[in-house]
Design a protein around this ligand. Structure first.
Ligand code: SAM
Length: 306
């Protein structure tokens, strides 16, 4: 269908793993492989490439874009953990949370760990990164991935995030939370075709309602860490119920938090009334469908606390 061809039209994004190498070294390596470097993209259309060419992304400093379907799965750089094959939209949450080196961070629903490894790179492998996931199988995949990526600052736990005690002494210095909970996956262009094909609309509505209620519980729980400064909420869903509606309900229940206006130059915004948030899509941002919100504690409330 058309979605299928969407997927094959998206650029191949490559995130450089700065725990193992540098953007310059990866660029030199792929140039030796015969790719021509066209410079840093200045507009989205520069990411539409053909042939053996590549550019640096215009929004994310560690991201390179190659033509659709460029395959790096057998490449040395991938096998050695120097590059991570990650869609551009899914690089936004860690980039926007931007936890400084030395900070204490929670990755609430972490497997298979692409965002965890991105967080660790931003933290330069210092501080502490507490990563949780309910699914043991996905966690096993994740520990292989993180080993290859060279992480040393993380602590993995096979645990229900909703049962993690935010008041436990080990989390007393947690100031940053990344929350990327299970969602309908409706933004994944390759899944979209069959997702609703033989499902009744009512069933789909009930499923979305269940997911949204789980997402809101996770979000409220994430805000309970006593020293929290910033929380990023993201989904790969295009449904308002799992995105803007979850965030709006959470803000109403947690008046000491507000939304940060993200990347003013980003072309696709959260649906009204939340233009501070970002959306992403194949047509408007050349990525999978995605949503990101950044919640921040009011500075007055924050200084009142300490
Ligand atoms: N952040 C991951 C990444 O970038 O690689 C992707 C996370 S995926 C969208 C959602 C994850 O949440 C799944 O791995 C699922 O097993 C996990 N999950 C679902 N319910 C959970 C819960 N109550 N506590 C912790 N993890 C949960």
């Amino acid at each position: 269908g058309t979605q299928q061809s969407d997927e094959h039209r998206l650029p191949r994004y490559v995130r450089v793993n700065t725990l193992k190498t540098t953007v310059e070294d990866v660029m030199d390596y792929v140039k030796r492989d015969g790719f021509t470097y066209l410079g840093e993209a200045v507009r989205l259309d520069d990411l539409n490439l053909k042939g053996k060419k590549f550019v640096r992304d215009l929004h994310l400093p560690e991201l390179l874009a190659f033509p659709p379907k460029t395959d790096f799965h057998d490449h040395f750089l991938y096998k050695a953990g120097h590059i991570i094959l990650q869609d551009k939209a899914s690089c936004l949450p860690a980039h926007l949370l931007n936890p400084p080196p030395g900070s204490h961070v929670v990755d609430a629903c972490a497997a298979p760990g692409n965002k965890t490894s991105h967080l660790a790179a931003i933290m330069r492998n210092t501080g502490r990164l507490f990563a949780f996931d309910l699914d043991a199988q996905r966690l096993a995949t994740m520990s292989t991935l993180l080993l290859r990526a060279g992480l040393t600052c993380h602590q993995l736990a096979n645990q229900d995030f909703l049962k993690v005690d935010p008041d436990s002494p080990q989390y007393k210095d947690v100031e940053y939370v990344l929350l990327d909970p299970s969602c309908s996956g409706s933004g994944m262009v390759c899944l979209r075709d069959n997702a609703t094909a033989d499902q009744k609309e009512e069933e789909e509505e009930a499923r979305l309602a269940r997911l949204a209620s789980f997402q809101l519980r996770c979000l409220n729980h994430g805000l309970r860490f006593p020293r929290l400064k910033r929380l990023v909420y993201s989904t790969c869903s295009i449904h308002r119920q799992e995105n803007e509606e979850v965030v709006a309900a959470c803000l109403q229940q947690n008046p000491s938090f507000r939304l940060v206006h993200l990347l003013p130059q980003w072309p696709e915004r959260g649906l009204e009334p939340l233009p501070q948030c970002l959306r992403a899509s194949a047509t408007k941002t050349l990525t999978h469908g995605f949503f990101v919100a950044l919640l921040e504690k009011h500075s007055a409330a924050a200084s009142f606390r300490s």
